[in-house]
Write a protein that binds this ligand. Structure first.
Ligand code: SAH
Ligand code: F3S
Length: 439
């Protein structure tokens, strides 16, 4: 036990990685609140510090180890325990305790119900728990979220069954499991009562969601029927996009016409070695269908350069696919070998670092051009934004997102937080747009 017995324990949670982790941290906060702990937003006063981590690339893991070592300096002054939870905990297990002496706890993503035990007397020793639970969907747990934010994450499925050869997620998050539609709809309705105006449905392959005969298109319509003003979802997998899903997005007014569709590579041989399940031509066909069925749809993607064996010609195929798709934005990565994955076991990481770096710079340059042109074309146009943040420059500056997921900054003396307002875009910067309120 680290805290004084005469006061409530104080817990600090720091989040790394994807939106799933952001949502999980809200749940961790809820679990600790229910266990009568206080949450804090700085590590300085905490009895327990938890880092909710990502294992997708090696850099992410190194950052967390650096952060643990930095936070460990607090131990010189007082009693404090530090834990790593989430994907990196599952990936590195007890070896993490061995390699980071100042770390006290290592806990995988299926163990969160046991977290308050960390504060009990019996749990005084260092320990790791990476047990998995195929049934764990964390139903019925409280949430601790920023009540002012009009946008909320709703998990619809956990885990992933796709087994892309480069990816550690199926090992860290376990097998795919879907929440019942009823629970997802009820959570959306509860959030609406709290003032939430947008839900973002989350899953590693969100459109693989199913319940009996019903697939993701059906779930989208059921959430749409709640009447919430905006719905987004991330990330769909190209293999699970059928006409039913496309029709739901096109027909339901409250589903934003913005799709993040990771492609990873533009070359069919590389895609096959990645075990992505589609060819270049099939991906292009999905993009064509999305653009044709959903007017004004905006598309974004994930790309990996320097996958084992990727030749210059195969890399050129990624560039030409980017040209063909004209993504509005992209998340671009160098391949990072992950222990335990098939790519790490079966293929040599044979693309030299400087070649990976050069390829990364080329995709960044190409994507930046598309993003800039896309944003410039928005100047002068009218867009609806949901105001979900305060700008850097004082209380009269607000930020919000268009239906196409672009951030717009507006100045206004009015209280805009949580409101859907129409703006006229006046100026386009590299990442954000500037607008003024219409009328
Ligand atoms: N399906 C998930 C993807 C998780 S990982 C989702 O919902 O977003 C996010 C992205 O990281 C992947 O799409 C991929 O582009 C990248 N990535 C995954 N493993 C990687 C690796 N070993 N090296 C480099 N990038 C990787
Ligand atoms: Fe990873 Fe592929 Fe699943 S990228 S999360 S194994 S769809």
């Amino acid at each position: 036990m680290t805290h004084q017995p005469d006061r409530r324990p104080i817990v600090y949670i720091e989040t790394y990685g994807c939106q799933m982790n952001v949502r999980d941290s809200e749940m961790l906060g809820g679990i600790f609140r229910q266990a009568e702990c206080d949450l804090t937003d700085t590590p300085d006063r905490a009895d327990l510090i938890l880092l909710n981590t990502c294992a997708v690339r090696e850099r992410a893991e190194q950052r967390v180890i650096g952060r643990v070592n930095q936070l460990a300096s607090l131990k010189k002054r007082r009693e404090v325990r530090i834990g790593v939870v989430g994907c990196m905990a599952q990936h590195l297990r007890d070896s993490l305790l061995e390699s980071v002496p100042d770390l006290d706890y290592v806990l995988g993503p299926d163990t969160y119900r046991t977290l308050p035990d960390l504060l009990s007397v019996e749990r005084d020793e260092r320990y790791a728990d990476w047990s998995t639970d195929r049934g764990e969907l964390y139903e019925g747990l409280p949430t601790w979220r920023d009540k002012h934010c009009p946008s909320a994450f709703v998990t619809v499925m956990r885990g992933c069954d796709m087994m892309c050869t480069f990816c550690v997620v199926p090992f860290t998050r376990g097998r795919e499991r879907c929440r019942p539609a009823l629970a997802i709809v009820a959570e959306t309705e509860r959030l609406m009562e709290e003032g939430v105006r947008e839900v973002i449905l989350l899953g590693q392959t969100v459109n693989a969601w199913r319940e009996g005969e019903a697939g993701f298109g059906s779930l989208l319509r059921q959430v749409s029927d709640t009447g919430i003003p905006r719905i987004r979802f991330t990330s769909p997998h190209p293999l699970h996009f059928g006409p039913v899903e496309l029709a739901a997005i096109a027909e339901c007014e409250n589903i934003c016409e913005s799709v993040h569709l990771p492609v990873q590579s533009g070359n069919t041989d590389v895609l096959e070695r990645m075990n992505r399940g589609y060819t270049r031509a099939e991906y292009l066909e999905i993009v064509r269908a999305l653009r044709e069925t959903i007017p004004h749809v905006t598309l974004s993607t994930d790309i990996i350069v320097g996958f084992p064996g990727e030749t210059e010609a195969q890399f050129e195929d990624t560039l030409s696919l980017m040209e063909a798709c004209a993504f509005e934005s992209g998340f671009l990565f160098k391949y990072s070998p992950r222990s335990g994955t098939r790519a790490d076991r079966e293929f040599e990481d044979d693309v030299p670092e400087e070649v990976k770096q050069r390829r990364l710079e080329r995709v960044i340059e190409l994507q930046t051009g598309f993003t800039r042109r896309f944003q410039e074309a928005m100047v002068g146009g009218e867009y609806e934004i949901l105001v979900d943040g305060i700008g850097d420059r004082g209380p009269d500056q607000w930020t919000g997102k268009t239906r196409g997921n672009r951030t717009v900054v507006v100045e206004s003396g009015e209280q805009l937080m949580g409101r859907l307002v129409t703006v006229v875009i006046e100026e386009s910067g590299t990442w954000t747009l500037r607008g003024r309120l219409k009328g």
